[in-house]
Design a protein around this ligand. Structure first.
Ligand SMILES: NC(=O)c1ccc[n+]([C@@H]2O[C@H](COP(=O)([O-])OP(=O)(O)OC[C@H]3O[C@@H](n4cnc5c(N)ncnc54)[C@H](OP(=O)(O)O)[C@@H]3O)[C@@H](O)[C@H]2O)c1
Length: 241
């Protein structure tokens, strides 16, 4: 039985991925900021971990390795977007918070994951949940798009240094999916703006958590995607095309 660590599996996209992985018979370890027993399953363990706190994250990873042994995959999914602003209007506080969770958190989880992989010398996958704003410009997303571009650099760096150990890595770059992260923004759009946003996803709808979970599941499966590696994949109904 393969084991996967996911961050931010308690809500939204992460929760959708987590359910799909359990269905696919992976054992899942979820790390999220506020531990909630949101679902009980013998194939799931939840750990409270604020990944923006690097010391805490390292401690939790050490505990996980003691409790569960070796892991096949890591999904860096937890992310925040506290500021929808241009550069001048973005406060250092929001910029710092965004980078601490979206970049430093993902970097540290990856470091802890790869440390063990270097010892075990077995294959694996790291999937980084990025965003369309990492590959196209988007107004009023300064800190968020900077953080998501950095995540694509994380993917490339893993590929450059760990492919020879059969560790593959990907960035998935979703378009808009309605979750707690986007709900206020979407609810505040008027009908015209909402229609326009939907139209930008050329297939004619926003995404859902299943869209993301299905791709994650494919990329984790060595029997289906073993020649794929290092791809920065827009998953957006054609938004960035
Ligand atoms: N929704 C979209 O349209 C969209 C589009 C493109 C990319 N994305 C990306 O997809 C990922 C998931 O987004 P979402 O929409 O599902 O967000 P969400 O509904 O707001 O869920 C965020 C998740 O991340 C966890 N989290 C946040 N900060 C954390 C921290 N410091 N330490 C540990 N866990 C933390 C939360 O845990 P708690 O429940 O404990 O707070 C929660 O599980 C993010 O990286 C986001 O940038 C989303």
């Amino acid at each position: 039985m393969k084991k996967i660590i996911i961050t931010g599996g308690s809500r939204g996209i992460g929760k959708g991925i987590l359910h799909k992985l359990i269905k696919n018979k992976y054992y899942v370890i979820n790390l999220s900021k506020n531990k909630k027993e949101f679902v009980k399953n013998k194939m799931l363990s939840n750990y409270k971990c604020d990944i923006s706190n690097l010391k805490e994250t390292t401690k939790v990873f050490n505990k996980i390795y003691v409790n569960h042994g070796d892991f096949y995959g890591l999904i860096n999914n937890a992310g925040i977007n506290p500021s929808r602003n241009n550069i001048v209007k973005t406060s250092f506080k929001d910029f710092d918070a965004t980078l601490k969770t979206n970049v430093y958190g993902a970097f540290n989880c990856t470091k802890e994951f790869l440390k063990k992989k270097e010892i075990k010398k077995n294959s694996g996958v790291v999937i980084n949940i990025s965003s369309i704003v990492s590959v196209i410009s988007h107004e009023k997303r300064a800190s968020y798009s900077i953080s998501k571009s950095a995540i694509n650099g994380l993917t490339r760096s893993i590929v450059a240094d760990y492919s020879n150990q059969k560790i593959r890595s990907f960035s998935i770059c979703p378009g808009y999916v309605e979750t707690d992260l986007t709900r206020n923004f979407l609810n505040n759009l008027d009908n015209f703006e909402k229609r326009n946003l939907i139209k930008k996803h050329k297939i004619g709808r926003l995404g859902n958590t299943k869209d993301i979970a299905d791709l994650v599941s494919f990329l984790l499966d060595e029997t289906k995607s073993s020649w794929m590696n290092g791809n920065i994949i827009p998953l957006d109904g054609g938004y960035v095309c």
